[in-house]
Design a protein around this ligand. Structure first.
Ligand code: ADE
Ligand code: ZN
Length: 350
């Protein structure tokens, strides 16, 4: 019998997803702003929202493409004003994902989404940083912080953001590239990424979410990134897949995000299994969980059910989340050992 047709196997797999230690490598902290918190912060800061209720916010989250989402994402983040707001936002995310057995996070933040409306860079950093340190000490979640450049803004604005970040560089582990992809190719940010590389920062970029395979090539060859965010459309180019496999790049795929933003029409079209089968180091992530209807384990469950993933495949996804992280070798080995232990326990007869 196909084991995945077996209800007891499905139950075992669900329990495995819940229990397996994992890292989240693709999470925009501003995208974890839940409607309830949006309303509370709007009230606290006297910010007007174009919604009457929490329910109206959730109802507005219907997107035909990335830009429709981004419009509401930038609107929502306007309630983030004080250091405490950034702290509360980050702490709420960490407390939520601790329940999903997340042991390590590599969090994106979008400083230009705040500095462009007059919020000082230092205030954003202080709030996020304080929560991350507390989450590490109190919840046992390690972290890396990745500052993203908004690609719809200019290279000059990216350089100005890097200048703001310079006093904080001991606390920032990497830089990324996000926002509207099509029409804003990676190569436009070659010089700022080169400077970041010289500063010793890790480099990632959203590529191949809506944009063509050529943008993924540019991210690899021009920006010289260490990891690819999304990368769905890389599958359209066999030579690109060969390159990704040969050089061992990790892809941070976000299944529920892909569905909500119409990158795919059905969760069964998620590329996660195809990527695993092709030898790509794919990981599962939530992207903007408050906007896309699920945190990391919801994403694991969604693809496991839709693609009939085996427990071994789930374990591979979790293992990829550690090997693809910017953690040191000892911490990666620790994560892998815990996954292996859980695999052995799961294989034992009840
Ligand atoms: N910013 C937040 N979420 C994003 C996504 N999925 N793609 C590009 N930019 C983003
Ligand atoms: Zn993203």
């Amino acid at each position: 019998m196909n084991p995945v047709m077996d209800q007891s196997y499905n139950d075992k797999r669900a329990a495995f997803i819940a229990a397996v230690p994992k890292a989240e490598l693709h999470l925009h902290i501003e995208g974890s702003l839940e409607p309830e918190m949006m309303f509370a912060l709007a009230r606290r800061n006297g910010v007007e929202l174009p919604y009457d209720s929490v329910e109206a916010v959730s109802a507005a989250y219907q997107f035909a493409n990335l830009q429709e989402f981004l419009d509401l994402y930038y609107l929502g983040m306007q309630v983030l004003v004080e250091e405490e707001d950034f702290y509360d936002l980050t702490m709420a995310y960490l407390e939520r994902v601790r329940r999903d057995n997340v042991r390590h996070v590599e969090i994106f933040f979008d400083p230009q989404g705040h500095t462009e409306r007059g919020i000082p860079f230092d205030r954003v950093m202080q709030g996020i940083q304080r929560a991350l340190d507390e989450g590490r000490d109190r919840l046992g979640i390690s972290y890396k912080l990745i500052m993203c450049f908004l690609r719809h803004l200019s290279e000059e604005s990216a350089f100005a953001t890097l200048a703001d970040a310079e006093p904080w560089l001991t606390k920032i582990d990497g830089v990324g590239l996000d926002s509207g992809e099509v029409g804003n190719p990676p190569e436009e940010f070659a010089r700022v990424f080169e400077k970041c590389r010289d500063l010793g920062l890790k480099l990632v970029a959203h590529a191949g979410e809506e944009g063509p395979p050529d943008y993924v090539w540019q991210a690899l060859d021009t920006l010289k990134i260490d990891r690819i965010d999304h990368g769905n459309r890389a599958l359209e180019d066999a030579a690109l897949v060969e390159r990704i496999v040969a050089d061992g790049y990790t892809l941070t795929v976000c299944p529920l995000s892909n569905l909500k933003l119409c990158v795919i029409d059905d969760i069964g079209e998620s590329p996660v299994k195809t990527m695993l089968d092709q030898g790509i180091k794919v990981t599962v992530n939530s992207d903007d969980p408050s906007y896309f209807g699920g945190y990391i384990n919801d994403n694991y469950h969604a693809v496991a059910n839709a693609l009939d993933l085996t427990i071994e495949e789930i374990a591979a996804l979790a293992a990829n989340s550690f090997t693809g992280s910017f953690l040191g070798a000892d911490e990666i080995a620790k994560g892998q050992a815990e996954i292996d232990l859980l695999m052995r326990r799961t294989a034992e007869p009840e």
